[in-house]
Design a protein around this ligand. Structure first.
Ligand SMILES: [Mg+2]
Length: 311
């Protein structure tokens, strides 16, 4: 699904909901037994129907109209932050890309939060405090609309639930140690976006420092992923999100060699001299030259190279 997001943006050179929805559904059709939830399978089947005229409708109809609040929209969203540099665009297209399968605000707001985290990570050297302050400021705005308030209340959550969990992360980071049981209780390790996106962000931020339980030869990105896995639960999704944020922050130099048969994500892209995003603007990068190089090399890759690498 992450690959479909990127391939759609590259092929259309802008966000195109019909093209992206078609790619999601066709990806499902190629490999239907990958463990998709039944709810989203219904969405994919409807999207594949020639009768489908509104690609957002199948997701809206899920769960008696309540929509999904799972973490799938957040897990696949990082490509949006790579190609749009304007933060309003990041929010807008993260939301739309998620709404193709997750129409509950607790689902698509999770995707917005993950996209914002990747966006801020791409900006370069930020302190943990500044990173969280900026995320909290944006999410308090994102979560203040009527639908977000109504969806949270309908599910028994307090108002502004993502923002509150970001504040909890701030408290955790001020402590010398935090028991994993507290992390699981406050942030979670589940399949709901609310119980996994904040966990991924916490894992990224805490892994900026060392961890007595993880050997020093692992780098920051690897520590973020190892920590997510150590929490159990929906490990693949949470580690994927933490890895996307950490990868955006640290760059290619912290990526491991992939196992045999797998392709390094960065190598799917061909070097290109255009340091621009889809909206034609440059990302505001931090001081790390390596990070700038990584980011620029991964924008505007050649579509044909991508196709050749991803049959
Ligand atoms: Mg998962």
């Amino acid at each position: 699904m992450s690959r479909s997001v990127v391939q759609s943006l590259l092929a259309k050179q802008e966000f195109d909901e019909v093209d992206m929805a078609r790619r999601f559904a066709e990806e499902y059709k190629k490999e239907p037994n990958r463990g998709y939830g039944m709810g989203v399978v219904t969405v994919f089947k409807k999207l594949l129907s020639p009768k489908c005229s509104d690609v957002f409708e199948p997701a809206r109809a899920q769960f008696n109209g309540k929509g999904s609040y799972g973490n799938g929209g957040a897990m696949r969203v990082a490509g949006i932050s790579l190609v749009y540099s304007d933060i309003q665009d990041v929010k807008k297209f993260a939301k739309l890309s998620a709404e193709l399968t997750h129409s509950n605000s607790l689902g698509y707001n999770g995707a917005i939060l993950q996209a914002l985290a990747v966006h801020l990570a791409l900006q370069g050297e930020l302190s943990r405090e500044s990173f969280l302050e900026q995320l909290i400021g944006h999410m308090e705005d994102v979560e203040a609309d009527d639908k977000s308030l109504a969806d949270a209340r309908a599910l028994g959550f307090e108002d502004l639930p993502f923002s509150r969990r970001l504040k909890k992360i701030k408290e955790f980071l001020e402590l010398s140690t935090v028991p994993k049981s507290d992390v699981l209780y406050e942030l979670g390790n589940g399949v709901a976006a609310l119980r996994s996106v904040p966990t991924a962000i916490y894992s990224f931020l805490r892994s900026m420092g060392s961890d007595p339980d993880i050997p020093d030869h692992y780098n920051n990105l690897q520590r973020a992923i190892i920590y997510c896995i150590s929490l159990g639960g929906d490990t693949d999704t949470i580690a994927t999100m933490a890895g996307a944020i950490a990868g955006a922050y640290y760059g290619e130099e912290q990526e491991s060699e992939p196992p045999d048969g797998f392709t390094r994500w960065g190598s799917l892209f061909k070097k290109n001299n255009k340091p621009e995003t889809l909206d034609g603007k440059r990302h505001k990068c931090g001081s790390s030259e390596k990070r700038k190089k990584y980011q620029h090399e991964h924008l505007f890759p050649e579509t044909e190279t991508l196709r050749a690498s991803c049959p």
